[in-house]
Design a protein around this ligand. Structure first.
Ligand code: NAP
Length: 318
């Protein structure tokens, strides 16, 4: 494996943190861009990681920064829009700025993070539509060597799927009403996603490909949330709510700060997030299962919950 100079954009979040640590461990030299370096001091542990404050929408600054790199990885993405970040800006406009800056700085290799079901013709979910727009745009760049990645939901330490449901379940009554309970997923482990990026960096066979990434098993959302409850030691019963209530929930919770669920999330969940063919095995990666990995990072809380129940029953007995 050749050591590369890699610029990671959007690499300070969940997937990026795992990826940047792995790239550094493999001896690559990493430039990590962020809008807020003061929040990401943990990357200073690596001599080979340089954290750079930049406005990624400033094409001139980006072009200057990219000069001398071998590869760009774009992970920037949002799940919900906020006042100053729209899906269109982050998922479609930013990729356009990145490919322009790559051309002008002479960098030709791009690994681009999209999402399963991303589709420019998607009529309802603006998340999936904008992701599809950005992916099509980068794949259509003649002269650039582009690989895009289309994962189902990604899980692992620090994820916002199992961890978020665990938080909600801890606060929930004994019956937990769940929107879109029948939607199906093939959750993919973050370590496997990271390995897919690592392999693709210098695997020319992946150039021009849109790689779907899925874990080994398919579950409904209800099964995954019920499993989370088990893991944290809650006896909560997870029940699906009718479609009209799910829509209402999307509209209502979309107004709550932090948007725990939005109408765009509702639309994204109308299509199963499962692969036609997962690329992991063709990349030589054995996919890890939910059952194998999740208990390890929800376990501490599970143990604590068991201990809390024991303490509570012991107090009742005194
Ligand atoms: N997690 C999943 O289950 C999943 C599934 C499918 C696809 N994906 C895709 O995978 C990528 C990484 O996901 P993640 O879970 O690691 O996300 P994350 O933890 O939310 O991190 C997102 C990254 O995007 C950057 N970012 C956020 N808002 C931005 C904006 N307005 N303009 C420019 N950059 C912005 C942030 O960089 P700063 O340091 O500058 O804030 C951060 O590093 C995303 O593209 C996501 O759509 C994720």
């Amino acid at each position: 494996m050749k050591k590369q100079r890699i610029c990671v954009i959007g690499g300070t979040g969940f997937v990026g943190t795992h990826l940047v640590h792995r790239l550094a461990a493999l001896g690559h030299s990493v430039t990590l861009t962020t809008r807020r370096p003061e929040r990401h001091r943990e990357f200073r542990l690596h001599d080979s990681v340089r954290v750079v404050k930049i406005n990624p929408y400033d094409s001139v600054a980006l072009q200057t920064l990219l000069t001398g790199h071998d590869c760009v990885i774009n992970l920037a993405g949002i799940l919900n829009e906020t006042g100053n970040s729209s899906f269109q800006t982050v998922h479609a406009e930013l990729p356009r700025i990145i490919v322009k800056a790559m051309r002008e700085s002479g960098v030709s290799r791009l690994l681009h993070m999209s999402a399963l079901n991303a589709n420019v013709n998607e009529s309802h979910s603006r998340y999936l539509k904008s992701k599809g727009q950005g992916e099509d745009l980068v794949q259509q760049q003649a002269g650039l060597r582009v690989t895009s990645f289309r994962p189902s939901v990604i899980f692992g330490p620090g994820d916002s799927f199992f961890n978020r449901f665990a938080t909600l379940l801890r606060l929930a009554p004994p019956v937990f009403p769940l929107a879109c309970a029948g939607s199906r997923f093939a959750p993919v482990f973050v370590g496997d996603v990271v390995e897919a990026f690592v392999v693709a960096i210098d695997d020319e066979r992946t150039v021009g490909q849109r790689l779907e990434l899925c874990g080994p098993k398919i579950y409904t959302l209800q099964q995954l949330v019920q499993y989370t409850a088990q893991q944290i030691g809650k006896r909560t019963r997870v029940v699906g709510i009718p479609d009209f209530m799910a829509r209402l929930q999307g509209h209502a919770l979309g107004l709550v700060p932090g948007k725990p669920f939005s109408i765009d999330n509702y639309y994204s969940l109308q299509k199963d997030s499962v692969c036609s063919v997962s690329a992991l095995s063709s990349l030589g990666i054995d996919a890890h299962s939910v059952e194998c990995m999740v208990p390890a990072y929800l376990a501490d809380r599970h143990t604590r919950a068991q201990y809390d129940r024991y303490r509570a029953s012991a107090r009742r007995e005194v």
